[in-house]
Design a protein around this ligand. Structure first.
Ligand code: NCD
Length: 326
């Protein structure tokens, strides 16, 4: 977002609306401190009640969201669309850029500057790290980062943190184990950074070639947060309060034989769950491709579909906030 155009809502200047989020981009979890997180979670709670009681509202009536996805997505794209529609807004969906002028060679800045002529807010997923920042540098309207390559996925991290809070009633003092592809998995990068705002401790469980990037481990160290790295999930399962499992990101590998070697490295089964705490919460950003077996789904600790639902409430809260209606 460049040079936000001041708008007046009622008699108040609009930059006082939405706890400072009005007209802002959402590019990284670094933009969120605890009061800002609590504000978004509070609005998400309201959105849940709204959906459960009325199904929809007209808060964003007349507003248009452009959903621009250069990478595949089920949950992120459809939850943003559902969020906008449940608040009475409309959606331009470009879920398959191959059918857009991108396939003719149109650049990201030009695509963004075109879509903002039609829309009030743009949600962008792109394979290149830093793409959301580039889009924001060119756009006048708010850009929401829905995943920039192996960089960040801030809205997923918000819904993950909200889910932890919902499932366990707190975040401070928890022991969070992240399992799987910690190198290429953008969700664990963003979630780790967010959890540094709380007194969480970390267990990073991955194959040697998929370890958490050094710069994120350095951030953890700089915060003085306790952490361990291991290749074996059985080292951590008994102590974890949260077990956050991720998919090995096949599309990021240049050598597919390396992918084949690690793709089935961790499989959470009922036998593994028997070793976990009674109140552990089991999470996954989805899609899963075998990391958690279907037999685990009936376990009350399996929170991944509740996580999906929470995603819509969080995205309703974010859209309302950046459009000045929260
Ligand atoms: C994740 C993503 O796209 O980073 N999915 C999601 O948004 N829920 C995780 C993944 O693709 O493995």
């Amino acid at each position: 977002m460049r040079n936000p155009v001041p708008e007046v809502v009622g008699s108040r200047p609009a930059d006082h609306v939405g706890n400072g989020w009005y007209g802002q981009d959402i590019l990284s979890v670094r933009q969120f401190n605890r009061p800002k997180l609590e504000y978004i979670f509070h609005v998400a709670d309201d959105m849940r009640s709204l959906v459960l009681r009325f199904g929809s509202a007209d808060l964003l009536q007349g507003k248009v969201l452009a959903n621009l996805f250069y990478e595949p997505s089920t949950r992120t794209s459809s939850s943003f669309a559902a969020a906008m529609q449940r608040l009475g807004g409309r959606v331009i969906a470009i879920n398959e850029v191959v059918y857009s002028s991108v396939s003719k060679g149109e650049s990201l800045p030009d695509t963004i500057r075109t879509l903002e002529c039609y829309a009030d807010v743009i949600v962008l997923r792109h394979p290149q790290m830093g793409a959301a920042q580039i889009a924001a540098d060119y756009a006048r309207k708010p850009i929401i980062n829905a995943g920039d390559g192996v960089g960040e996925h801030p809205t997923q991290a918000l819904l993950d943190l909200y889910t932890i809070q919902q499932e366990l009633g707190r975040v401070d003092g928890l022991r969070v184990a992240m399992v799987g592809d910690l190198k290429y998995g953008r969700t664990v990068h963003s979630l780790t950074r967010l959890l540094l705002q709380y007194n969480a401790s970390f267990d990073f469980v991955s194959p040697e070639i998929l370890r958490m990037p050094v710069e994120i481990v350095e951030e953890v160290k700089a915060h003085g947060a306790p952490y361990r790295e291991t290749t074996n999930v059985l080292d951590v399962i008994g102590e974890a309060d949260v077990l956050y499992v991720t998919r090995v990101q096949k599309e990021r590998f240049t050598d597919l034989s390396q992918y084949e070697a690690v793709k089935d490295c961790y499989i959470i089964t009922p036998e593994v769950m028997r070793l976990a705490k009674a109140h552990m919460t089991l999470m996954h950003p989805l899609p899963r491709v075998g990391e958690i077996t279907y037999e685990v789904d009936g376990d009350p600790r399996a929170a991944y579909f509740r996580q999906v639902e929470n995603g819509m409430y969080i995205r309703m809260a974010l859209l309302a906030a950046v459009l000045g209606k929260a």
